[in-house]
Design a protein around this ligand. Sequence first.
Ligand code: ADP
Ligand code: MG
Length: 322
Amino acid sequence: LVMRDGVLVESGPTAEVLGNPRHEYTRQLLRAVPSAATRGRRLSDAPEDAHETEAPVRVAETGGAVLEASDVSKTFELPGRRLLQAVDGVSLSVAPGQKLGIVGESGSGKSTLARILLGLETPDAGSAQVAGVDWNAAHGEARVQARRSVQFISQDPLGSFDPRYTVGDIIAEPLRGVLDAAARDARVREVLELTHLEPELLPAMPRALSGGQRQRVSIARALALRPSVLVCDEPVSALDVSIQAQILDLLDDLNRRTGTALVFISHDLGVVHHLVDDVLVMKSGRVIESGPIDEVFDHPQQDYTKALLAAVPTLALTPVAA
Ligand code: ADP
Ligand code: MG
């Protein structure tokens, strides 16, 4: 049964409805499902934002990698003095504008690695660098600059907002002490435009927004200081397929329009195959396979990667014309 706005628009045997959808809404839903086949095309019905708007300032200054990890490891102590190696000797490098995916089963260390890259977790061994600046050695102004260059998008935007803040407060917050009030307002308007949020939402409380709007607000806040890289940890995992399509299209547009690199963490291999240029496959804290996404996902070398890919549920039906 396919429902929209409380109305049943189409029904029948699964293979028939999904293989040969009659209703435009069903077709739209199917078009929104990300996979290898959707690479390079829009998932949502929103038109593309092709024009380049702005370059993230800090990219131009660095030239080299915007984000790097050199042999980082992190061990947690569990009750009973048992040790758990969450991240084990991981190295990676993110070039300006690159879209890097990180996949792996739950518990493979993706989020811990993200926290190390963001300077929120100190590795036991190895080091992470933002635009060539080592988190371990970044103090004072250097740390402030590093914090501005790498921004975080989480699965749960509401949990990262101050509950007393309006949408306008949330987006303007990183700009306090950086820009004066007039310049702050101007920058807030710019990131609203970049993320397709209506200025009417500025006085709203985030609780009153939809899940897709909340994620747009968190992306707008992250973009305020023109970061060179966004680290996105399962950013669309809590969203339904239509809203997921809009947010994935938005991230792709922003990557193209602003040159901001993306580190995109997801357990959904279809989403990753749709979006990224290169991928790292993590297992038990290690990177066991990496390379261009088509190479790794079309010709996986490791049994673990093959098993991950084999477990992806697909629409094994006649392809739907876009
Ligand atoms: P993923 O994001 O791939 O699901 P995580 O990085 O969240 O993996 O976790 C990797 C492993 O480290 C898991 O076994 C998790 O339980 C453990 N872990 C993560 N953070 C902590 C912590 N603060 N204390 C103890 N164990 C942790
Ligand atoms: Mg995680």
